[in-house]
Design a protein around this ligand. Structure first.
Ligand code: MG
Length: 377
């Protein structure tokens, strides 16, 4: 097993077996790439000498074998190794991962695009460009910046205006979603969400910080807007809380929530609450491929996030795989991946050439309110 840290947002692991198979996983938590890589190396000690095929048995050891468990560092390390084990299993058996999970359940998977980085205004010009490229679901974070505990009527009016501008820009045939990044609290959300009802949003994401997820039921009942969350939850037991509260969409990150193995179960769990799966993925093409394998395996798939520019073959993130064309959407959908394992071929030479041994730039900024106190990004 070998780890490769490329940045604070991208790191990979590779498992090679004694009979010549190899599998890749994307093992990273944004802002903690090296701690996750260290945990991957620790956990890989459990795998040395083992048969890689009984993944669920190995997964139990990876998750529970160290006595202490849970959280993003462990969850991301297990996720990377779990993806690599599924990649190996698919290659040994000559099948894509979704076939091994009982699929396919569909022929193509809907992906969505961002129309403004978090903190920027949602950009109506970019939104129209994305629609022209074929996307039917767009996500944005309009003009948020640091949000006060309860902001002014002027802030609320600007925000509602920005959402109206985006709806006007794309029309009613396109789905729109908003990511709040945990910036609103209960009080502000209860005030704002009912005002957004006329725009018929596909969902609003993470209105609350993850430590407040236990109260998310209050927001489910505050408006008719579907609530989505889960990029900072890592296990079924954490998803049970928000599903019982009535969220419509769960968003485990297949590189944080203990891998394909656990995310598949989270999808099945969500199905019993009439909720759908929309995996979080601001990461690279290996995580995207692992996420798409789930899309083709579960019945209750909603949509797939992605941030690599899949319309630009020279996009930097895609340079680490040799077959980027398999991830390219047509009309906003990616065709079923048919290659073995995760379905992407990692270019190991390219990965090695991108390894960064120096100081890593932060994976996300730290924000402050006007008085200097901490503000959610
Ligand atoms: Mg998000």
């Amino acid at each position: 097993m070998e780890t490769f840290v490329l940045s604070n947002r991208q790191a990979l692991c590779k498992i090679t077996t004694s009979d010549g198979y190899s599998g890749w996983g994307e093992a990273v938590a944004e802002n903690a790439a090296r701690p996750v890589a260290a945990m991957v190396e620790r956990l890989a000690e459990y795998l040395v000498g083992e048969d890689p095929l009984p993944i669920t048995r190995l997964w139990q050891i990876l998750v529970r074998g160290g006595f202490y468990r849970g959280g993003p560092i462990m969850g991301s390390a297990v996720a990377g190794l779990d993806q690599a084990l599924w990649d190996i299993k698919g290659r040994v058996l000559g099948a894509p991962v979704h076939e091994l999970l009982g699929g396919p359940t569909r022929d193509s998977a809907r992906v969505y695009a961002h129309t403004g980085r978090s903190g920027d205004a949602g950009d109506p010009v970019l939104a129209r460009q994305r629609v022209a490229e074929g996307y039917t679901l767009l996500k944005f974070a309009p003009d948020l910046g640091p949000v006060k505990f309860l902001d002014t009527p002027a802030w609320t009016a600007r925000f509602v205006d920005a959402v109206a501008t985006m709806r006007d820009a794309v029309g009613d045939e396109i789905d729109l979603a908003i990511d709040f990044h945990g910036r609103l609290g209960i009080a502000q959300s209860r005030r704002v969400l009912p005002l957004l009802e006329p725009f018929h949003l596909a969902f609003v994401e993470e209105p609350l910080r993850p430590e407040h997820q236990g109260m998310i039921g209050e927001l489910v009942h505050a408006s008719s807007i579907p609530i989505a969350c889960g990029e900072r939850l890592y296990h079924r037991t954490e998803f049970r809380t928000v599903l019982e509260a009535g969220v419509a969409i769960v968003q485990p990150d297949v590189s944080h929530a203990n891998g394909i193995t656990e995310s598949f179960r989270i999808a099945a769990q969500a199905e019993t609450y009439d909720a759908q799966l929309a995996p979080h993925c601001p990461l690279g093409p290996v995580t995207l491929a692992a996420s798409l394998q789930l899309a083709f395996a579960v019945p209750n798939f909603h949509s797939q996030e992605q941030v690599i520019d899949i319309h630009d073959p020279s996009a930097p993130a895609l340079g680490i795989i040799g077959n980027p064309e398999v991830l390219r959407p047509v009309g906003g959908y990616v065709a079923r991946l048919t290659g073995p394992g995760l379905g992407v071929e990692v270019d190991e030479d390219e990965v090695r050439s991108r390894v960064d041994d120096g100081a890593l730039a932060p994976g996300s900024p730290v924000w402050a309110h006007q008085d200097g106190s901490y503000a959610e990004w």
